[in-house]
Design a protein around this ligand. Sequence first.
Ligand code: MN
Length: 250
Amino acid sequence: MKKNTSRRMFITDSAKATLAITAGLTAGGSLMEACAGPKHIVSSSFGTGFTQEPLPYAYNALEKAIDAMTMEIHYTKHAATYATNVQDAAKAEGVDVSKPLEDVLGKISKYSARMRNNGGGHYNHELFWKSMTPGGTEKPSGKLFAAIEAGFSSFEAFKTQFTDAGKNRFGSGWAWLFLDSDKKLRIGSTPNQDNPLMDVSDIKGLPVLGLDVWEHAYYLRYQNKRPDYIANWWKVVNWEFVQKRYESFL
Ligand code: MN
């Protein structure tokens, strides 16, 4: 019941409906009605397809944080498999793959565990690759920086809280910076390949930045030292991408 209530709250008033549409959550009566609104409110940040996009840099480009072999295996094996599997699941479950994957994630409770795990896995990694760059800046600027300082008291405090979310996620999962239905920035984590778009998730909203804390993301270089991986990962965050994404949700 709690889950249903929170989902209903997530999509009630028009501002929230707009937010939900931005997320591609086009299921359900009230949302379908709201979908009749102007197309420009559908954010280009939410057009994730079902196939794997090219990695936007070389495998060795992020060496200051992630070694080339980890990147290659992560992209060509782990992430590629999620992409293949979500395509198979879409075929089996009658999903129109010309529509954004976000549509499926928003009502993932209606689909199989295979769709949840691989749809989430594919989505999360597509976002993850874009959220990193070899030439990153140390921090964002503009509206995102201001919102982080307002929401978490300081950028350093934000980094600590996000780092803790990643460090403290037991087993495999992701740490998230996400925008809740009140357009407030929040930090949380999800298990496995879940993410805040999913109706089954304890944390709900629009993913702004996600960090993969599965062992496959760091074990070759860092072994059990997940905190060291996270500390270095900050050096390669693509803040320019993240802040554009954030602004596209406002
Ligand atoms: Mn991964």
